[in-house]
Design a protein around this ligand. Structure first.
Ligand code: HEM
Length: 595
């Protein structure tokens, strides 16, 4: 298909690393190996990856791995493969399997990972691009990119459930690929007054969205919610809001002796800092992998002008103040040193607001998209003219001057929004089953097989504390130590609170730093009556996701001339059944606090 130069300041799609055929997926399947023997230590690690993790030998093997010079990578495809490898090995190193969380990432992982991430315009943390866009192979190389023809290149758990989880999302990216060229074409068609072509653009987007919905519905087929929540998701966690898992300041990227600036994406020299400050500056806090980092869904939102607000601001019956402090309402600084420099424990300023997206979390997710895809969204925000045009048609309707063709365009626009809303409906159901219900039920084995040591370690600390304070009570301690470890909550999961009881290990570096910088307030404990959700992270996510879904439906255009469709009627009925402001507020806060 020929690429047109867009008068609307958009560059041709391939300049944003977008393929007309495969969308945000690369035009050819990702590399399965780095062929340069220099990188054999990384590929060898991948050959034995799941086995090493299971045997508890991964950290040992990493310590023996040489520090490789990532600048020897040449093609972007090689950078992507290397990024995937380092995401796999680094997250497994940090979270382990039946091992205590590591607060440091050794330099042989941290240095190349940071450099490669910088090259790709990403953060050194697992992200949607790594495990979805660059993590599949085709069984029949001439066949389509669909669920009947794909396998995942790498998984943390070694399970088919995890492969399916990634591949469903890859399939969605593939089904949604036609949307991108149709969006830019629609923008051009509006500028050039080619309205019948515009209608076709919208219809093609609509059918692509319907296929995406079909893919999403298949998540249940081969990804077991229990396996997802307890065996897969912990590895996808980042190091932001992970105080309970022992990373209140984030993760130390050893040897990455530089200060990263999120705004300029540059590194500053740290030679002027004293040792304590240098130590603090080695911490980084990044959110974990999430399909919220999918540029495809974000592009559809921007194209259709879906307005996302700060969580709690809309719909008006949930107030931000009624929601707990979590990743969906506030974000901590990437580097904990910023909290000291700015003299306050304030969340980092949300990225610059442009047009439609004011949601702090959704905008922050753009930092975790490859640079060219992020730039595409930024340029699209400037160029997007579909909704303004549709609003103009609504005006024509009010004046009684709307044509039949214009009515059909509005209807096609509404149908696209309806499909996107259905996507978010299904997504809310999936999150309820895969996260909220699993968190509520708890694991079958203690901590789902994670962080058992943490409890043993807490018991040891408790004993040390009693010994130090001369209150040794051997009988009582024996009882505690011999008790079968029980599941209190999943330490690896929370990811939601900014303020919680940090699981800082005694004599760890984080312990030292927290003493050096008491102003960070890490010793603070929550009062026992604090009204925050503890331990069942997923619960906080629901107000955010439901708001995002409702904001999509709210964008539909009502016309006087067209008789309301069945869907509109359904929605009107659903709206009439919505609780009153006061009822909703009470039920939401009840719902949150009950967990
Ligand atoms: C088992 C399957 C899934 C689970 C448990 C899940 C969970 C979540 C959660 C917890 C969030 C909130 C953000 C965060 O904390 O990361 C989220 C957001 C999001 N997810 Fe998923 N997700 C799943 C599958 C998918 C798939 C297949 C897609 C397709 C691209 C997707 C797209 C999104 C998007 C776009 C958001 C941002 C919110 C929005 O735009 O409405 N998710 N998801």
């Amino acid at each position: 298909m020929q690429q047109t130069q867009h008068p609307s300041k958009m560059r041709p799609l391939d300049e944003y690393d977008i393929s007309v055929k495969t969308g945000f997926l690369p035009p050819t399947p990702p590399l399965r190996r780095l062929s340069d023997p220099y990188f054999a230590p990384w590929e060898d690690m991948m050959d034995d990856f799941n086995g090493l993790l299971l045997a508890g030998k991964l950290r040992e093997k990493v310590h023996k791995m040489p520090l490789l010079d990532y600048s020897k990578l040449q093609l972007v495809e090689e950078y992507r493969r290397a990024f995937l490898i380092l995401c796999m090995v680094s997250h497994s190193y940090v979270w382990g399997k039946h091992e205590a969380t590591s607060e440091t990432l050794p330099s042989n992982l941290a240095i190349p990972w940071t450099g490669i991430a910088d090259h790709l315009g990403l953060c050194p943390v697992v992200c949607h691009a790594a495990v979805v866009l660059w993590n599949y192979r085709l069984l029949d190389k001439d066949g389509p990119i669909d669920l009947g023809n794909m396998a995942a290149l790498a998984t943390y758990s070694g399970s088919l459930d995890e492969s399916w989880f990634y591949l469903i999302t890859t399939a969605i990216e593939s089904s949604g690929a036609p949307c991108l060229s149709q969006i830019t074409s629609a923008i051009d068609n509006i500028e050039q007054g080619k309205y019948s072509e515009l209608k076709q653009n919208l219809e093609t987007i609509c059918s692509a969205l319907a296929s995406m919905n079909d893919d999403l519905k298949r998540m249940y087929e081969k990804c077991d919610p229990y396996v997802f929540y307890w065996k897969i998701r912990p590895y996808l966690a980042g190091w932001e809001n992970m105080a309970e898992a022992g990373l209140p300041l984030g993760l130390i990227y050893e040897g990455v002796d530089s200060l990263w600036n999120a705004q300029t994406d540059e590194y500053a020299d740290m030679s002027h800092l004293d040792e304590a400050e240098r130590l603090l500056n080695q911490y980084r806090r990044y959110a974990g992998g999430s399909a919220a980092q999918s540029s495809l869904i974000a592009a559809l939102d921007v194209a259709f002008g879906v307005e996302h607000h700060r969580t709690g601001e809309k719909p008006s019956f949930i107030k931000a103040a009624d929601l707990p402090n979590d990743r969906y309402t506030k974000l901590p600084a990437t580097n904990p040193a910023d909290e000291i420099n700015n003299g306050a424990e304030t969340p980092r300023t949300p990225p610059r607001f442009k047009r439609t997206n004011r949601n702090t979390f959704l905008r922050a997710m753009r930092k975790y998209m490859p640079r060219p895809h992020r730039e595409f969204l930024e340029d699209l925000e400037e160029a997007a003219n579909i909704r303004p045009y549709i609003l103009q048609l609504q005006e024509n309707d009010k004046n009684g001057s709307i044509t039949l063709e214009e009515l059909e365009i509005v209807s096609a626009y509404n149908e696209c929004l309806h499909q996107l809303k259905l996507f978010r409906d299904k997504h809310v159901q999936i999150v309820t089953l895969y996260i909220v219900n699993q968190a509520r039920k708890g694991p079958n084995i203690p901590h789902g097989g994670f962080a058992i040591e943490k409890q043993q370690q807490q018991q040891e600390q408790q004993q040390e504390h009693l010994e130090a304070s001369g209150q040794q009570q051997p009988q009582k301690i024996d009882k505690v130590v011999s008790a079968k470890p029980s599941a209190m909550h999943n330490d690896l999961y929370p990811q939601t609170q900014l303020e919680t009881q940090p699981g800082i290990r005694k004599d760890s570096r984080t312990d030292k730093v927290s003493q050096m910088f008491p102003q960070l307030g890490l010793a603070r404990k929550l009062p026992s009556n604090a009204q925050v959700v503890r331990g069942t992270g997923g619960t906080n996510v629901m107000p955010f996701l439901k708001q995002s879904r409702d904001e999509t439906a709210d964008m539909k255009i009502c016309l006087n001339s067209s008789s309301s469709s069945k869907d509109d009627n359904d929605e009107a009925q659903a709206k009439s059944q919505q609780p009153t402001q006061q009822e909703a507020k009470t039920s939401w806060s009840d719902w949150i606090l009950r967990r």
